[in-house]
Design a protein around this ligand. Sequence first.
Ligand code: NAP
Length: 314
Amino acid sequence: MSEFVTLGKSGLKVHPIGLGANKISDADPSTNTEYGGDILLDAIDKGLNFIDTAFIYGDGKSESIIGETLKKHQLRQDIVIATKGAHEYVNGEIKLNNHPDFLTQQVEDSLKRLQTDYIDLYYIHFPDEDTPKAEAVGALSRLKEQGKIRSIGVSNFSLDQIKEGNVHDDIDVVQDEYNLLNQSAESEVFPYYREKNISFIPYFPFASGLLAGKYDKDTQLSDRQKSRPQFQEPTYSEILSKVDQLKSLADKYNTGIQNIVLAYYLSKDVVDAVIPGARNRQQMEQNLAAANIQLTAEECQFISEVFPSSFKLK
Ligand code: NAP
């Protein structure tokens, strides 16, 4: 695999393993998390150039850490930044807002936090109920004409909303949930992405770490985890056994199961890059190695048989 790939028709050249930066604002000595800026610097040092953040990750803190770190080390020009907006605090409550004026202000605020004068990829993070999607995407098209953003994305949009927003073929990238436990995007939306040369970035690639091969039957689960469907029995045991079947492939490539999973996503024609979330440097470094794995057609077939698209969380 070449080191950099182009994200669909956006022209952005990125390392296929991006850094999902939702956890980099979590640094807290009491939980032994590392300072996000250090994880970022190490990632860049190892060759990563693509960072995925959003206003809502730490209420601007993830963006601010990225902005400070890149400025301090004069690295802005080497990095492709994707960020997102749509969340508005109204009387202390979060509401979704896609109004053109609000999105325009959100971009201005992100530019300040990121300490830059352009954002490489700006997504509407979630659809709101009211704004026609052509108007929302139209606001981003104007910001692109002004040079404030370089390409346009949407996230968590239904196919109808994507089509509505894409009347002028302005959408470059779609980001949505897709992983081995939820492959519905493949039949529902991949054909449209193919037709429109839209790059698809799957989020939640490890389904909370469950597909990263770090759990077994003896793992102590938190109450929060236990409340999630993938951690409920008998589904949990079924998933563990499926993940275990990827071990032989991981051994063959002398890597971890999480990299087999990432390489499988990257084998999909509409997926140019993935953005695994990393809590620390070790995870980030481990995940970067997935870029060197080129699964064969037979190996991809094997994975799709272990995790058939019909497999659904009960
Ligand atoms: P994820 O990538 O599925 O899971 C991340 C978790 O997997 C990490 O926190 C860690 O769990 C575990 N992990 C990562 N690398 C590992 C490794 N090498 N070995 C063992 N465990 C490993 O989920 P995510 O962080 O929620 O999503 C990824 C990115 O997608 C986010 O950073 C964000 O940028 C984006 N995202 C976007 C949306 C959206 O609405 N557009 C929504 C969600 C996420 P522990 O924390 O337990 O160590």
